[in-house]
Design a protein around this ligand. Structure first.
Ligand code: ATP
Length: 253
């Protein structure tokens, strides 16, 4: 392995990002000025109590929702400088998504689901890379199956392969193991970890599960729309301890 002495690249970042819903009495500050960087080739987990702003942060970063103020950069591109057509292209070309509910197209086979983003973009499929991704997720003998012929874990592995096959700048995963049993969840998390380690993929994952967060390189803790803490090289035990702190605050304000 060669040693890269240059400073690590930033795959995505937010500067003083705010998102406010409603006005007056119904005003909710979902994000209260978040500044954060996601280093390329690293796996970041976002945790925090329900309502702390995790999904809002991810949706604003992934260009699925607009912010009230502040800036989001994917690579060197600032999202607010793009029009709708450019935003669609950025989401398609630079960002991979993995959702809790898999979000596969039911009428398409696993193979067709995986190549769909590339087909829509009119991009060629790199066959070696496709085969590598399929071998990594262990789907070689399931490529002709439709989603309803696959288990939940297999469907989520199809979604992972779909996110990875276009080699996006960054993958955003929103509770990717939330609908899976623990064995399937472990498979998916191991695969995401491998894609960071072996392929240098950048991943940002929202999760409630300390065991899932332990697969990441860094955990960001959100509370009340702000980043209040972070932890590198997390273990499930350390994350659980930190989360208990939030519960205690919630119970004894
Ligand atoms: N469309 C909306 N309109 C009004 N308020 C909203 C909307 N979406 C989110 N919120 C509020 O913004 C805050 C942050 O919500 P968000 O979904 O980002 O939290 P979360 O940490 O992802 O929660 P959970 O863990 O329960 O999914 C919450 O107070 C929520 O009620």
């Amino acid at each position: 392995m060669t040693t890269d002495t240059s400073s690590p690249r930033t795959a995505a970042r937010a500067v003083d990002l705010a998102k406010i819903y409603g006005t007056g009495d119904t005003k909710v500050v979902a994000l209260g000025g978040v500044t954060v960087e996601f280093t390329a080739g690293r796996y970041t987990a976002i945790m925090g109590p329900s309502g702390s702003g995790k999904s809002t942060l991810m949706h604003c970063m992934a260009a699925l929702d607009s912010s009230t103020s502040g800036q989001v950069f994917i690579g060197d591109t600032e999202l607010s400088e793009l029009d709708d057509r450019e935003l669609t292209r950025l989401r398609r070309d630079k960002i991979g998504f993995i959702f809790q509910a898999f979000n596969l197209v039911p009428t398409l086979t696993a193979r067709e689901n995986i190549t769909l983003p590339l087909d829509i973009a009119g991009r060629d499929i790199d066959k070696d890379w496709f085969d590598t991704v399929i071998a990594t997720v262990g789907l070689a003998d399931r490529l002709g199956h439709k989603p309803n012929q696959l288990s939940g874990g297999q469907q989520q592995r199809v979604a992972c392969a779909r996110a990875l096959v276009s080699q996006p700048e960054i993958i955003f995963a929103d509770e990717p193991t939330g609908n899976l049993d623990s064995r399937s969840g472990t498979e998916v998390l191991s695969f995401l970890r491998r894609s960071v380690r072996e392929f240098g993929q950048t991943i940002v994952m929202v999760t409630h599960d300390p065991n899932a967060a332990a697969y990441s390189d860094r955990v960001l803790f959100l509370a009340d729309g702000r980043i209040v803490d972070e932890m590198t090289d997390p273990t499930a035990e350390k994350v659980l301890e930190r989360m208990k702190g939030f519960d205690a605050v919630g119970q004894h304000p």
